[in-house]
Structures are given as C-alpha cells and as structure tokens.
Design a protein around this ligand. Structure first.
Ligand code: S3P
Length: 167
C-alpha cells in the first residue's frame, strides 16, 4: 500500500511572554504556511479584546472559547499559536495531540518578567507581583512539559536563531 501522509498542525504552547506569537509568525513565513492564533480567533469571533472578555464574561467563558477555537481551526498545513492557559484543560491537550504536534516554547522566568513588564493586555497579570507570577509559572510548568511532544528551549536565543532551529 501507499504511504498516507497526514497533514499535521503545529501547536505552539508556552507561558505568557514566551514568544509564541512572534515565533509562530516567523516560522509561518519561513515554512510558507498559515498561522492562526487562538486568542485572535476568539477576539474576532466575539468582537472584544481578551481583557474585556475576562472582565465582562469571566475566565470560564474565555476557556470554553479556547476549546471551541481548537475544535474549529482545522485548515492545514498550518501553525496554531495558543494562549498561555490552553494546557490547563485536559480536553484541549487531547485535541492538540490528536490533530498535530505540540511544541512547547520553554523560557526562563527572568526573561518572561522582562518581556511582560508593564503589560496591560493580559488580565491574569494585572495586580500580580513577581512572586505571584513566578508561582503561576511553576504551577503550569508541569502542564507544559506533560502536554508537549517537543520541548524547545528558547532561553538566550534570538528570534532568528529560534526560527532557524525550528524550521
Ligand atoms: C492567558 C494567556 C494569554 C491569553 C489570556 C490568558 C493565560 O495569551 O490567552 O490572557 O492563561 O496564560 P498569551 O500567552 O498569548 O499571553
């Protein structure tokens, strides 16, 4: 029999500020494939910013939409960049594993702090100090690791180098 090559979706996961969006876009250009971001998909569907969705409808409502995004986005070949909390639901992890390959962008917490300083767009970072963000990072670490097919360490690497290596 002939070989059946299943078109794979690449999912990029990682903590807020780990570079998913930037790396996803660069990788999409380099590979000539479509890039879809779950946060953007949700914002477009609802006509509201993530920040507004959290404050008006709550986190649970947003998390349901994340699952809906993963179920709905199916065009291939493509790269899907995800929100940092996508790995919190077992269902989401199952969908990603079934449809493609999950690459976790691992990043040191210090680098994340530097990138996220002053960010206003992420509801889960508002009113949190460094210690609290670090706690969240450590709580999620195992979820990122367990759900990943590949863990890619981005620490100290330029975007260009990262894309070169992933490509
Ligand atoms: C979230 C991360 C955000 C966004 C929302 C919740 C999280 O995406 O989905 O604010 O729970 O980590 P980014 O990882 O792109 O910042």
């Amino acid at each position: 029999g002939g070989k059946v090559v299943k078109a794979q979706i690449i999912y990029l996961t990682g903590f807020m500020g780990s570079g998913k969006t930037t790396i996803g876009e660069g990788l999409g250009k380099a590979l000539g494939v479509t890039v879809v971001d779950t946060d953007k998909w949700i914002e477009e569907k609802e006509g509201k910013a993530i920040r507004e969705l959290f404050s008006e409808k709550g986190e649970g409502f947003f998390r349901d939409l994340e699952t809906e995004a993963l179920q709905s986005i199916s065009q291939t070949p493509q790269i899907i960049t995800t929100g940092g909390g996508i790995i919190l639901r077992e269902d989401n992890v199952s969908i990603m594993k079934e449809k493609g390959i999950v690459i976790n962008l691992k990043c040191e917490v210090e680098e994340i702090f530097q990138r996220l300083a002053g960010d206003q767009s992420r509801p889960l970072l508002q009113n949190k100090n460094k210690k609290e963000i670090e706690t969240m990072y450590l709580e999620r670490k195992k979820h990122y690791e367990q759900s990943a097919d590949i863990i890619f360490d981005t620490s100290g690497k330029s975007i260009r180098k990262i894309i070169q290596e992933l490509k």
